[in-house]
Design a protein around this ligand. Structure first.
Ligand code: NAD
Length: 372
């Protein structure tokens, strides 16, 4: 069994074991999260999820908009001392209610706020993509290590029942020997003024945003680390949305077993799909990685029967994710989607961009490290 596959199996077992062990000490007080960035994900998606958590609670908000921060704090019964601006953020070190900082900011701000949070003595949950370069990811890991704090990436699909069941089935050989994974993710990005289309804030286009899901799927469905990548990009640079970042990017990954993955992301069409093909059948998810309503099928060469997955580790994937970091802090184990996991993706992301730019295959030296 190769090392990456073994690690994934150990991770899955650790998720189950820590959930059980954690349940035994459930009398502990829930740990407090400070949400940094009250945008659509932090405010509309994550904050309401604390109601579904067993071990996590909202403890503070950090925002550049004082009126919004005050309103959100009032809505959730937070005291005035638990409202921070970006300027006062570092004083969060003095707030014992806050155990974890959750970074929900534009991508180029992830590294700065993760490092500042670690220096303030807080554990960190950081949204995907982990940052906008390998160098930033390494600095974030080093800062959390120095401060002896946990770092987890917001890879919610590792807590989502359909994706978890697909991983389990793939590992159990339900499709036979894995030969090919396809994954495409995209949505129509309509507004040219959005930060996602500004390179300085996003670090890149659809790959940095939706492409991370396709890349993650290729890795967690095969359980392998790629050894080579070949990419192509297609962007209409006359389109005012795409003067700075890519629209469509398409890449092929080669794995040590001989399996391949064909992945894609785009900002000009909606897609949300994972398909694993093995020599004994296939596992297909569509939509695959949405917040809710994902579906999975198995079959010989099509969607022959729909699979209903067993419940995941949390009431929702978000609650499972939030509580998992608390479990990791309490048990001392690394989160199953640690900073190292985000770094592995970022190494491949850099290789994908390089391959598209240089028009050649990039070898990734070492299946284990994914180093470009
Ligand atoms: P958003 O634009 O809705 O919110 C961004 C927040 O950052 C806003 O509160 C904004 O005020 C603040 N901000 C601070 N400085 C800013 C600046 N210079 N420019 C723009 N905004 C600034 O974005 P979002 O959709 O909430 O995304 C935030 C992060 O969450 C991104 O990294 C994104 O990839 C991630 N995300 C993850 C998921 C997921 O399913 N895991 C889903 C959506 C977004």
């Amino acid at each position: 069994m190769d090392i990456a596959r073994r690690d994934l199996m150990i991770s899955a077992a650790a998720l189950t074991l820590t959930s059980r062990a954690f349940g035994a000490g459930a009398g502990d007080r829930p740990l407090g999260y400070a949400i940094v960035g009250l945008g659509s994900y932090g405010l509309d998606v994550i904050i309401p999820q604390f109601a579904n958590c067993a071990h996590s609670r909202l403890a503070a908000v950090v925002s550049g908009d004082p009126a919004k921060a005050k309103r959100v704090a009032a809505d959730h019964g937070l005291p005035a001392r638990s409202i921070y601006s970006y300027e006062t953020f570092d004083t969060i070190r003095n707030n014992p209610d806050v155990d974890i900082v959750y970074v929900c900011l534009p991508n180029s701000m992830h590294a700065e706020y993760t490092i500042r949070a670690a220096k303030a003595g807080k554990h960190v949950m950081c949204e995907k993509p982990m940052a906008i370069s390998v160098a930033e990811c390494e600095a974030m890991i080093a800062a959390c290590k120095t401060a002896n704090r946990k770092l987890m990436i917001g890879y919610r699909c590792h807590f989502e029942p359909t994706n978890l069941e697909a991983m389990r089935l793939a590992r159990a050989g339900a499709a036979g020997k894995i030969r090919y994974v396809r994954s495409e993710h995209g949505f129509v990005q309509r507004d040219p003024s959005k930060w996602r289309l500004k390179r300085a804030l996003s670090g890149g286009g659809s790959l940095m945003d939706m492409g991370i899901y396709s890349l993650q799927a290729a890795r967690y469905m095969t359980g392998e680390e790629p050894i080579a990548v070949t990419a192509r990009e297609s962007t209409d640079r006359r389109d005012p949305r795409f003067t700075e970042v890519e629209d469509i990017i398409d890449w092929t990954l080669e794995f040590p077993s001989g399996a391949m993955a064909g992945c894609q992301s785009m900002y000009s069409a909606n897609q949300n799909h994972i398909l694993l093909m093995g020599d004994a059948g296939r596992i297909e998810l569509e939509p695959a990685t949405r917040y809710e309503g994902n579906h999975m099928w198995r079959g010989k060469d099509g969607r022959e029967r729909e699979v209903t997955p067993p419940p995941g580790p949390g009431k929702t994937q978000f609650a499972g994710q939030l509580d998992h970091l608390v479990q990791s802090i309490r048990t001392g184990r690394e989160p199953i989607v640690s900073g190292e996991e985000g770094l592995r993706d970022m190494r491949i992301v850099e290789a994908i961009y390089r391959s598209a730019r240089e028009g050649r295959t990039i070898r990734l030296d070492g299946a284990r490290k994914g180093r470009a």
